[in-house]
Design a protein around this ligand. Structure first.
Ligand SMILES: Cc1cc2nc3c(=O)[nH]c(=O)nc-3n(C[C@H](O)[C@H](O)[C@H](O)COP(=O)(O)OP(=O)(O)OC[C@H]3O[C@@H](n4cnc5c(N)ncnc54)[C@H](O)[C@@H]3O)c2cc1C
Length: 516
């Protein structure tokens, strides 16, 4: 064997790089191979949700990501619809994407392109010792009981090398060669629009009329599309979902005409076309997120239309869910059964998110699409922050009602949900409750939970007593109660009150959570 790594990550774009940062934080030796020569050259994802920023916060990256975002966009913009940018306003989905959600999280929703974000992730991963290889393709793999053997090839010449890894993460995008090689089918609404993104330069300052617009849907009889503009208001892209001359090709003249129509300007208005990218709008989820020692994450596991900005965010949440489990299994803190919880937790929420992105596509873009069995719109905050996981890595409360989402405004603290955010004073510092998550399980007890913290200490488990009265209500605990927080800041177990034998109760909960 030429090389060895604990984890091989195939694909070093948004999701692969995030996996690399998180693996690095957990001290897991890994190799990332990416076919492209560097980080993203097209903006693509830009709307990043609070949960994603919480994940980057946990990796010490919140400030760096926010600073990079400020360089690209005026933050806290609107999401709205027009007939033409210069014309009639049709709907406002958000006047300010952060209005009313600031208190739910220590992080804000931000706008940053993949061009801006990926170098921050790359530099962080490299600083953590990650082995990132650009211009390197994974050309084939096999797996057995013990691990995965993959062949990698430098694009610019040089010999093929064989890599042996204990596990592989396929973050290789919507066309995922790994998923195809495993024979895992996709199911859902299928492909429903041949779309393209036009990158252009044009002065839109006057047309914006002082409005801070992050995403502008354009809805005209012959054109369904959305705009994003650069911070300098002299460039942007128009992502085109549908036109009434769909067979017309993507030449410069036609693309400039579409941009002018969407802007609502005259035929001679200066518009320079920089680039055009073709893509397919689809809403599909992989039938399985795992086969043996190979895990699918990001677009490899689910594809959805960009309406709602869920695609990349869902992929980041996938690897955040997976990496701590791999880290614990690899160093023996958990049994291999813990890894079964990845698909059990992520697949249902990803499938729900795919359907909800499709719902938003039907509502905002194309009401003529089939809507059989399509649920009505669920709240953005519920989808972004309120997943309820059920798996072997959660010890559920008795009498589970089966809810898939919870509104973060009214958290219950039930196991399987993200710990609600509160600013608290902890040992003299102002921190978010989410900052209390660690590299392993952590016990959080109420103000009178000394019996729990003492039991945790006997088990060698980090423990905090949280004095803040708000914590009790948010986590659904009495002052004498306690919960176990997983490394991903999801509540794994709780005892609402004191217990007769906290030592054995805690030991049993830990045993279950760690797949033993
Ligand atoms: C117009 C548009 C707007 C969008 N807006 C948003 C948004 O606002 N918010 C949001 O969250 N999402 C958005 N998305 C979706 C988002 O772009 C994707 O979900 C995200 O980029 C997926 O990231 P990924 O890392 O899973 O896959 P990709 O970005 O597709 O990366 C896969 C990588 O794997 C590499 N690769 C593949 N096979 C191999 C191999 N064999 N060896 C080596 N490397 C390989 C590829 O080169 C590629 O770089 C948008 C998408 C579009 C099209």
């Amino acid at each position: 064997m030429d090389e060895e790594a604990s984890v091989l990550v195939v694909g070093g774009s948004l999701v692969g790089l995030t996996a690399s940062v998180l693996l690095g934080r957990h001290g897991v030796p890994h190799l990332v191979v990416e076919r492209h020569r560097g980080t993203a050259i097209h903006p693509r994802a830009a709307a990043f949700h609070q949960r994603t920023l919480e994940i980057y916060r946990s990796a010490g990256l919140q400030a760096a990501v926010e600073q990079a975002a400020e360089r690209e966009f005026v933050q806290n913009g609107a999401i709205m619809a027009v007939d033409r940018l210069a014309g009639k306003e049709l709907a406002w989905f958000y006047r300010d994407v952060n209005h009313g959600v600031e208190h739910l999280s220590p992080a804000r929703r931000i706008f940053i392109t993949q061009i801006g974000l990926e170098p921050v992730l790359r530099d962080c991963a490299a600083g953590l010792g990650s082995d990132l290889r650009y211009a390197t393709e994974m050309t084939g793999f096999t797996q057995d009981e013990e691990g995965v053997t993959a062949v990698i090839r430098p694009r610019d010449g040089g010999a093929e090398r064989r890599v042996r890894a204990r596990y592989m993460i396929a973050a290789d995008g919507a066309h995922s060669p790994v998923r195809k090689a495993l024979g895992i089918p996709m199911a859902g609404r299928g492909d429903f629009a041949q779309c393209f993104t036009i990158y252009f330069r044009a002065d839109v300052r006057e047309l914006l009329r002082g409005r801070n617009l992050s995403v502008v849907y354009v809805n005209q009889p012959g054109l369904l599309a959305f705009f994003r503009f650069s911070i300098t208001a002299d460039a942007g892209f128009l992502a085109v979902f549908r036109t009434d001359d769909s067979g017309a090709g993507h030449d410069e003249a036609r693309c400039a005409a579409l941009v002018r129509a969407a802007l609502g300007v005259a035929d001679d208005y200066p518009v320079e076309i920089e680039n055009v990218q073709l893509w397919t709008a689809a809403a599909n989820t992989a039938a399985a997120f795992r086969q043996g020692r190979v895990f699918l994450a990001g677009d490899a596991a689910h594809v959805m239309p960009p309406t709602g900005g869920f695609g990349g965010n869902t992929g980041v949440a996938d690897v955040h869910n997976l990496v701590w489990k791999l880290a614990m299994v690899l160093d023996g803190r958990a049994g291999p059964a813990l890894l079964d919880s990845y698909e059990a937790e992520r697949r249902p929420i990803a499938a729900l998110t795919v359907e909800q992105a499709y719902r938003r596509y039907v509502d905002r873009v194309d009401p003529t699409l089939p809507a059989d069995g399509l649920e009505s719109t669920l709240s953005d905050t519920g989808l972004e922050l309120g997943a309820v996981y059920r798996s072997g890595a959660v010890v559920p409360d008795a009498g589970d009602d089966g809810a898939r989402l919870e509104e973060p405004e009214t958290p219950s603290g039930r196991p399987g949900t993200r710990l609600p955010h509160l600013w608290i004073d902890q040992d003299g510092a102002k921190v978010s409750t989410l900052d209390l998550a660690g590299e392993g399980f952590v016990l959080l007890a109420g103000a009178q939970g000394q019996a729990w913290t003492a039991a945790a200490e006997r088990l060698g488990l980090p423990a905090h007593r949280v004095q803040d009265a708000g914590f009790r209500a948010a986590a659904g605990l009495a002052d004498e109660g306690a919960l176990l927080l997983r490394p991903d800041a999801v509540i794994g177990w709780r005892s609402r009150t004191a217990a007769a034998d906290p030592d054995s109760m805690l030991a049993e909960a830990l045993r279950r959570l760690s797949g033993r």
